[in-house]
Design a protein. Structure first.
Length: 326
């Protein structure tokens, strides 16, 4: 029997340049560009397979979907799905763990280099006539910061964190890494294990690449920020709720931290009252580190492959406990 596949927020992965052809070949596909919370149950009522990027599938919703057999999250982070509730129903939940590593690591350094050099600000200054009127062959409006010899602290040392470390090493940075699981790692990585407290105290740049869970929510709090060097930068291309945003804004405005750059917020889209919008020396981008066409094409291919494996009885990239799946 042909599987009924429902895509809840297809516009995220394909705004027009990345068709769902690979998935459409695997069953009877119903595509929704976006889905509101009150539309989910009706849209999935007959579905065998649900695909979601950020639409939340709570325990309450999952309990009302008797036909659902598989949930495919078209992202690495899978906190949008209550995976434990799905496991109780015997529903495997798969994610896409590898698609975005090059893009997110590259974007992390785009943020860092903008903090170091403020390229856009100086381009604007030249176009406003400031170079012509400065009376010198050169000028700069902000301190220019060299990364060579600085210490980069990477919190969360999975695929993306490791790639960020490699790029930092190429810039001549010393690497500290913190992870809940200190597994054996590739030989090409040059780094030192450290605790998060040690990273706060020693790093010139702290970059977050950990998953969001009950242990990591709010981990960048007043205590962590108070340990950081006043000259340090904080980067977050992972999940917004890792940071106590009010505490970060307070530290930036008090000059207790040199700058921050975040690609994520605690509520997305960002709300008008988010304190980081008015914080000193804080760059904010709209959760776009993952979004290169190359990365989205990889995500589409792996999403289709996850479904293909499930249909063949060999599910892969499963994030909820196999032991609890019946």
């Amino acid at each position: 029997m042909t599987s009924r596949i429902v895509i809840l927020d297809g516009a995220t992965l394909n705004p027009g340049d990345n068709p769902w052809t690979a998935v459409e070949q695997l069953g009877n596909v119903t595509l929704h560009a976006n889905s509101e919370p009150d539309e989910i149950i009706q849209r999935l009522s007959e579905a065998d397979i649900a695909i979601t990027n950020k639409v939340r599938l709570t325990a309450e919703i999952i309990e009302q979907l008797p036909n659902l057999k598989f949930i495919s999250v078209s992202a690495t982070g899978h906190d949008c799905v209550d995976s434990a509730a799905a496991a109780k129903r015997g529903i495997p939940v798969a994610n896409v763990p590898t698609y975005g590593t090059p893009s997110v690591a590259q974007f992390t350094f785009a943020l860092l280099l903008e903090l170091c050099h403020r390229v856009a600000l100086h381009d604007e200054a030249v176009r406003a006539g400031e170079w012509q009127s400065c009376g010198s062959f050169s000028f700069w409006k902000t301190p220019q910061i060299e990364l060579h010899g600085l210490t980069l602290g990477v919190i969360g040392f999975g695929r993306i964190g490791q790639q960020v470390a490699r790029i930092g090493s190429a810039f001549g940075m010393r690497i500290l890494a913190a992870s809940r699981h200190r597994q054996a790692l590739p030989d090409d990585l040059s780094f030192e294990w450290a605790t998060t407290e040690e990273i706060a105290e020693r790093a010139d740049v702290v970059s977050l690449h950990c998953s969001l869970n009950e242990n990591s929510t709010g981990m960048i709090n007043r205590d962590f920020l108070s340990r950081m060097k006043p000259s340090a930068f904080l980067l977050n291309t992972s999940r917004g709720p890792l940071i106590d945003e009010a505490a970060l804004a307070e530290a930036l405005n008090a000059g207790e931290l040199a700058g921050a750059a975040v690609d994520v917020a605690s509520v997305e889209p960002i709300t008008d009252d988010n304190p980081l919008l008015t914080a000193r020396n804080c760059l904010i981008t709209p959760h776009m580190a993952w979004s290169s066409l190359a990365a989205r094409r990889r995500m589409m291919e792996i999403t289709a492959d996850n479904i293909r494996h499930f249909l063949a009885g060999t599910p892969n990239n499963i994030v909820n406990s196999q032991d609890s799946l019946s």
